[in-house]
Each structure stands twice: as C-alpha cells, then as structure tokens.
Design a protein around this ligand. Structure first.
Ligand SMILES: Nc1ncnc2c1ncn2[C@@H]1O[C@H](COP(=O)(O)OP(=O)(O)OP(=O)(O)O)[C@@H](O)[C@H]1O
Ligand SMILES: [Mg+2]
Length: 269
C-alpha cells in the first residue's frame, strides 16, 4: 500500500456559540484518505460540513480535534500557514471575486504571487504568467485586464491559474463551478479534468451537484450533519447507494420525468 497523499483522522470542528455549551458541531469524527493523483468528492446537503472540512484541510480554519496529514506530516494550521506560506494545498472558491483584488490587473496579481513564493527574474516571471494563463485556456493578453472586465468563467480560470502558480499537490475546489452557466461550467470542468491528467495533481472536490461530481471524481464521501455516512467509488455510490440518506440526496435531484409530487415528505433538502 502506498502512503495516501492526505490522511484525515477523527476530524472535529465545533463553532462555539455565545453561551457555554451552545456550540455547533460542524464536523464530527471525520476520517478518510485521499490517494496521490486521486479526485475525491465530498457531497452532502447544505450545512453538512463540507466547506468547514475543506477549510481545515486548506489550513484556513483550525480543527477542534483530530489530525490532518499531507504525506505523513501534519498540515500547518492558520497561523503557521500564514508565516510559512505553504504551497502544497491550494483552494478555489465559488466566488473568485473574493480572492481577486479589483484594483490589480490579472497579470500582476499572478506575478505578485510568484514573486512571494519563487525566486524568478522579472522576465521569467512574466513568461510564467503567460504560461499559466495559457494553461487555463486564457489569452495572455488578459494579463492587462482588471477582474471586472472578465466573464465569470474567465475569472474562475484566473482563480485556477493562481492556485496552479503555486504548484500545489492538492487542489481543493469548493463549489468552484456552481455559479457558472451550464455551458461555461462544462468547459471549466473539462479544463479541470485535463489539468489533472497533465499535472498529476489531486483534487478534493466539494459540490452539491451530483452530475458534476460524477464527471470529475473517482471516489466520493457523503456527509450528513458533520458525519461521514457513506463512501466509495463515485459511480457505485451514485448508482447504488447503501445509505438511505444518500438515496434521499439522489432523489432530491430533479431528473427527466421528475415532478414535485413524486418527492416524499422525508426529503428535507
Ligand atoms: N464561521 C462559522 N461560525 C459558526 N458556524 C459556522 C461557521 N461556518 C460554518 N458554520 C456552521 O457549520 C455548519 C457546516 O457549515 P458548512 O459551511 O461547512 O456546510 P456546507 O456543507 O459547506 O454547506 P453548503 O452546501 O451550504 O455550502 C453549518 O451549520 C454552518 O452554519
Ligand atoms: Mg459549503
């Protein structure tokens, strides 16, 4: 057995409330592995703890208990991560506006990241910016543009380019295509599929969209109120779910022939 790239053991996150004992358990005793080169999806209804899990793994949030290791070494928590500037795990969010400075041109935003993390000559840095834009299917002339003049799909490609600039081993995508129109969404998904083949990068793919999950992931985890309820090969889980929660999640997805009356009252999501 080869060592997994990511090892998560007994992960727990409690968000403390105003009063003692009023905390909310967002993630409870979550254990899983992600193999080198694998694309693993996390699915589950809204509030099931997907983003919280993703943010802890990305080092953006601290865990209440449990362990997260990359290549057998504990990942850095939020404070250490800021200090050391770890590159191995990067995250792409649903709304790329949040991570793009509206006053900074696309090219200089990427160049700035490169200068923080790599020692490159200015010429080499500019070449690298052009290469990265090309890698995500954008014309290098977009480097001179500001985020507001880009389409949603282009902005998400820039967010992916910025993540790739740091040469991560694990890319976490949290609802990264959820805000895109269907046709743009499938282009960005194809890009992600290509990138994984080309770079051998691993994905942790958080999505509520099961059609998307089927397209991009090898395996999936199903979460319900912070707990792992089922995991397996994506096609197996989606085609023959073992748990009733997963079946309800699947039944809640409109399909051809779906009518509201066919939903049972047990489908609370
Ligand atoms: N910073 C926070 N402070 C307090 N509670 C939080 C915080 N972040 C998340 N939560 C709560 O933790 C639970 C899990 O939230 P999380 O965002 O991880 O769910 P999710 O599965 O990503 O949902 P969605 O599909 O809506 O994005 C929710 O009940 C949420 O309200
Ligand atoms: Mg979320």
């Amino acid at each position: 057995m080869t060592e997994p790239l990511l090892r998560v053991r007994g992960l727990r996150k409690v968000f403390e409330g105003d009063r003692p004992g009023s905390g909310l358990v967002a993630v409870n005793d979550l254990t899983f592995d992600l193999r080198q080169g694998e694309s693993l999806a996390i699915v589950g209804e809204s509030g099931s703890g997907k983003t919280t899990t993703a943010r802890i793994i990305a080092g953006l949030e601290s865990a209440t208990a449990g362990e997260v290791q990359l290549d057998g070494r504990p990942i850095a928590g939020p404070r250490a991560r800021r200090r050391r500037g770890d590159r191995d795990i990067q995250m792409v969010f649903q709304d790329p506006f949040g991570s793009l400075d509206p006053r900074q041109r696309i090219g200089s935003a990427i160049a700035e990241l490169l200068s923080v993390h790599f020692r490159l000559s200015k010429a080499r840095r500019l070449t690298r910016v052009a290469e990265l834009l090309d890698e995500v299917g954008l014309d290098e002339r977009l480097a001179a543009e500001y985020p507001r003049s880009l389409s949603g799909g282009q902005r998400q490609r820039v967010a992916i380019a910025r993540a790739l600039a740091l040469e991560p081993r694990l890319l976490i995508l949290d609802e990264a295509v959820a805000a895109l129109d269907v046709s743009v969404q499938s282009q960005v998904l194809n890009l992600l599929i290509d990138l994984r083949e080309r770079r051998g990068i691993s994905y942790l793919f958080v999505s509520h969209d099961l059609a998307v999950v089927r397209q991009v992931s090898d395996r999936c985890l199903v979460m319900c109120t912070g707990e792992l309820v089922e995991q397996g090969q994506t096609a197996d889980v989606l085609d023959s779910p073992r748990e009733s929660y997963t079946r309800q999640l699947l039944d809640a997805v409109p399909r051809p022939g779906w009518t509201p009356r066919r939903r049972s009252s047990a489908d609370a999501f």
